[in-house]
Design a protein around this ligand. Structure first.
Ligand SMILES: NC(=O)c1ccc[n+]([C@@H]2O[C@H](COP(=O)([O-])OP(=O)(O)OC[C@H]3O[C@@H](n4cnc5c(N)ncnc54)[C@H](OP(=O)(O)O)[C@@H]3O)[C@@H](O)[C@H]2O)c1
Length: 260
């Protein structure tokens, strides 16, 4: 299937590894020119992206700097993938374990980075009748299943996408959300990631936690989602073939969310 993306331009955030890197690979494979950002420009990212930008997107000015660079390098933008999110750790615990600074940090990365990057990119996306894709989480629908600041920030991100889709849809810009369940990335696989912290809090090894995750989360497929599977969904939604899909939230979680 030709996704008709060849020659178009894209910005992908949080792209050094995991879902973001897989998305850059999928879009570049479709012939898109991609500007991709993370704090660390990994060798894999450098190889795949047209331009890799090192930027902290949790800062107030980072997103605007990224979009300024992207427009200077690519010209107008056809696609923005707001993928950056998660966190740098320390997000394991109940409601009372999070102070104001942690709430602000988690909302900064999981909500405000997307708000600020979208605000900077929207004038160009409007000129190109482009697409915004936000990477949320199935935790937005099952907010007890993860750290409260994270799942509620993702719920706000999902709502942000819906509201923006209504506002800019008549001007030709589509906005969609992709909401993964557990994906096999550093979040679960790294020895100092969220999975390792959660395992320690539960008195398990990280390997035990990850092996039990599909059952614990009710994943009907019995395995974690692969980053390339999320990237393939993002590439389809970016395509003109998905021209009638806007304001939608696409869950990709192996069947973990049980409601219709
Ligand atoms: N993995 C899952 O199970 C899962 C499930 C549901 C939703 N999600 C969502 O999917 C998205 C991607 O997750 P992932 O698992 O692929 O993450 P990941 O493997 O941890 O990768 C995150 C990427 O974002 C970059 N990043 C982190 N903080 C940044 C910052 N302040 N500024 C710029 N870049 C930053 C990281 O590089 P640097 O650290 O070098 O900056 C890295 O390249 C996130 O929004 C996450 O919430 C993931």
């Amino acid at each position: 299937m030709d996704l008709q993306l060849s020659g178009r331009t894209a910005v992908v955030t949080g792209a050094g590894r995991g879902i973001g890197l897989a998305t850059v690979a999928a879009l570049a494979n479709e012939g898109m020119r991609v500007v991709a950002a993370a704090r660390t420009v990994t060798p894999e990212l450098k190889e795949l992206a047209a331009v890799a930008v090192s930027v902290d997107l949790s800062t107030t000015d980072g997103p605007e700097r990224l979009i300024r660079t992207a427009v200077a390098e690519l010209g107008e933008l056809d696609l923005l993938v707001n993928n950056v999110g998660g966190g740098d750790g320390g997000a394991v615990g109940g409601f009372l374990s999070f102070d104001d600074d942690q709430w602000a940090q988690i909302y900064g990365l999981n909500l405000f980075a997307a708000v600020r990057t979208t605000r900077a990119a929207l004038p160009s996306l409007l000129r190109r009748r482009g697409v915004v894709l936000n990477v949320s989480s199935n935790g937005a629908r099952i907010p007890h299943a993860g750290p409260i600041p994270y799942t509620t920030a993702k719920a706000a991100l999902t709502a942000f996408g819906k509201a923006l889709a209504e506002e800019v849809g008549p001007q030709g810009v589509r906005v969609n959300t992709v909401s993964p369940g557990p994906v096999r990335t550093a979040m679960w696989e790294s020895p100092d990631g969220y999975g390792a912290e959660l395992a320690a809090a539960l008195g398990l090894t990280r390997e035990q936690l990850v092996a039990g995750l599909p059952a614990t989360m009710g994943m009907t497929t019995g395995r974690l989602v692969e980053p390339a599977e999320v990237a393939a969904l993002i590439a389809y939604l970016a395509s003109p073939l998905a021209a009638s899909t806007t304001g939608a939230d696409h869950i990709i979680d192996g069947g973990a969310v049980k409601t219709a």
